[in-house]
Design a protein around this ligand. Structure first.
Ligand SMILES: Cc1cc2nc3c(=O)[nH]c(=O)nc-3n(C[C@H](O)[C@H](O)[C@H](O)COP(=O)(O)OP(=O)(O)OC[C@H]3O[C@@H](n4cnc5c(N)ncnc54)[C@H](O)[C@@H]3O)c2cc1C
Length: 494
């Protein structure tokens, strides 16, 4: 029997992809939902920003699994936003991602990630003919992960978290056992970099799911991340949900371990029988009084390691000298054993301005570079910080020419650092993908949407997995937890 009370008045903290999608699901079910977003515009990491008349992406460079019957398309259709978020399929010229791999004292390798698991396995077999047996073993597991992903098995499971399903062994252990060559290992390691987890410590299921989500089909937004955020916000409002922007929540109100509402930074209090915090769990704990939760809960959350930050340079390039690429480009430096030491991501797309393309370069944040400014806030970090960002970006642009060829005239449009991300969305330490879902943290990060307070839940990328696919999965998982499995099955029909 379901003993969970149906949520009537729901306050959602955070209007990113997680908060907005959770709100749309609940508004469709007839709940009275209000999303509180601290920034003046919704979207969080999903939201692009404009510089010099050009949309600069932050957290949506490409999306996976938007073909009919695939997981994100199923979610978009359920949320009612498929038509409002136009996309173009990647890989139509045969390539979704092109990897340029460089190991010490070895010739560089180019490997193309193409659409379809069979085609991916075929390309691996062409590159590593001696290892076809190993490749087929791994391809079987990836096909199974794709099947589970697109069938939404995580929502049908009795439990609330897929980290407890099969395929939870670390990828490092699996490829060691299969005796993969260092070069094959380095290619297999890339999907775990996308989700910010070291390959050796990455649960096989996360690796396979991340890979399957993009190999199944990959897409670029026709418009921008801002338009995507606005489409979700408009959908929420069309269903009667409310979005309040420019209002920071400072406290979650709890009495005797039962949630009662939220308090805004202005001091205004809003009652709610259900509060969903679509923010990092460390932020949630900071909004609670010590007596609201057990010390063990607070210790568990405080001890979680997060994923790294990201530095990004957006650069204007002349469209004659630097053509649009329909695929993503990755430069990967590995050690002699195939471990990834450094990864850079390049995207070149047409811009809103005639004759100008936009080159975006993303690297892992190298967080120590920004350490001197850790105590400062956006817009008030001073000229030394601006110079450091400029120098960092100039180095990246110069280095990119080794791969992309001469870029011609370039103009740095904007940069962001892990500190920018930290201040924009409140992500602890500027972490890009939230909690690190590694094997070593399997227990600490399991069932994160269940909190120690009745009526308080978590949503967003920290619930199940990062990325838009992972974040939306978390939204449905949280609604399932909130309604109870049976009621969810009856009410939420795909
Ligand atoms: C550089 C980068 C590149 C990425 N590229 C891709 C990609 O190509 N494809 C892909 O699928 N995914 C990508 N991702 C991941 C994806 O963007 C995220 O997983 C997803 O957007 C996370 O959404 P969220 O709602 O969980 O978190 P967030 O976007 O962080 O949303 C949290 C929201 O809560 C608000 N908030 C915080 N504290 C408060 C408070 N006290 N009161 C009110 N509001 C508050 C924040 O302002 C924010 O809007 C990328 C991420 C990064 C950082």
């Amino acid at each position: 029997m379901n003993t969970v009370a149906f949520p009537r008045k729901v306050a959602i903290i955070g209007g990113g992809a997680g908060g907005l999608s959770t709100a749309v699901i609940l508004a469709k079910l007839g709940c009275d939902v209000t999303v509180y977003e601290k920034n003046f515009q919704p979207g969080g990491l999903m939201r692009s920003y404009r510089r010099g008349g050009i949309d600069c992406e932050v957290g949506v460079h490409y999306l996976g699994s938007l073909d009919k019957g695939q997981v994100l398309r199923t979610f978009f259709d359920y949320l009612g936003v498929s038509d409002a978020i136009p996309v173009t399929r990647m890989g139509q010229n045969g390539v979704i991602d092109r990897y340029h791999l460089q190991a010490p004292s070895s010739p560089s390798i180019i490997f193309d990630l193409v659409e379809g698991i069979d085609a991916y396995a075929h390309n691996l077999a062409l590159a590593f003919p001696e290892e076809t047996g190993v490749i087929e073993i791994l391809a079987r597991e990836i096909r199974e992960a794709a099947r589970q992903l697109h069938n939404l098995d995580f929502l049908n499971a009795a439990d609330n978290d897929f980290s407890l399903l099969d395929q939870f062994r670390p990828m490092g252990e699996i490829v060691d056992e299969l005796k993969c060559s260092p070069a094959l290992r380095s290619i297999l390691a890339i999907p775990s970099c996308w989700i910010g987890v070291p390959f050796d410590d990455c649960p096989a299921y996360y690796h396979h799911m991340a890979l399957a989500s993009y190999v199944s089909s990959s897409w670029r937004l026709d418009n921008s991340g801002a338009a995507m955020a606005d489409a979700l916000a408009a959908r929420l409002e069309s269903l009667g949900g409310k979005l309040v922007t420019g209002e920071k929540i400072s406290r979650i109100l709890v009495e005797s371990r039962v949630v009662g509402g939220v308090e805004l930074a202005t001091g205004e209090r809003v009652e709610a029988d259900t509060v969903i915090a679509a923010v990092h769990p460390k932020v949630v704990v900071s909004m609670l009084k010590p007596e609201d939760t057990k010390p063990s809960y607070r210790q568990r959350i405080a001890g979680i390691f997060d994923t790294h930050g990201i530095f990004c340079a957006h650069v204007m390039v002349d469209s004659q000298s630097c053509e649009v690429r329909d695929h993503n480009i990755f430069k990967i430096e590995t050690d002699a054993d195939g471990g990834v030491e450094d990864m850079k991501y390049y995207q070149i797309r047409a811009s809103e301005r005639q004759g100008i393309n936009l080159l975006s370069i993303l690297t892992s944040g190298n967080d120590t570079v920004w350490e001197p400014w850790r105590q400062t806030f956006s817009g008030r970090r001073g000229p030394d910080y601006e110079n450091a960002k400029y120098r960092h970006a100039a180095k990246l642009v110069a280095e990119s020419e080794d791969l992309l060829g001469p870029l011609g005239e370039t103009t740095l449009l904007d940069t962001y650092t892990p500190l920018t991300l930290r201040d924009w969305v409140g992500s602890p330490g500027g972490s890009a993908y939230g909690v690190r879902r590694s094997c070593s943290q399997m227990l600490a990060t399991a069932l994160l949407n269940r909190t120690a307070v009745k009526g308080l839940y978590l949503a967003g990328q920290n619930v199940l997995a990062p990325g838009i696919v992972g974040t939306f999965m978390g939204s449905f998982a949280t609604v399932k937890l909130l309604l109870g499995r049976e009621e969810f099955g009856q009410l939420v029909r795909f």
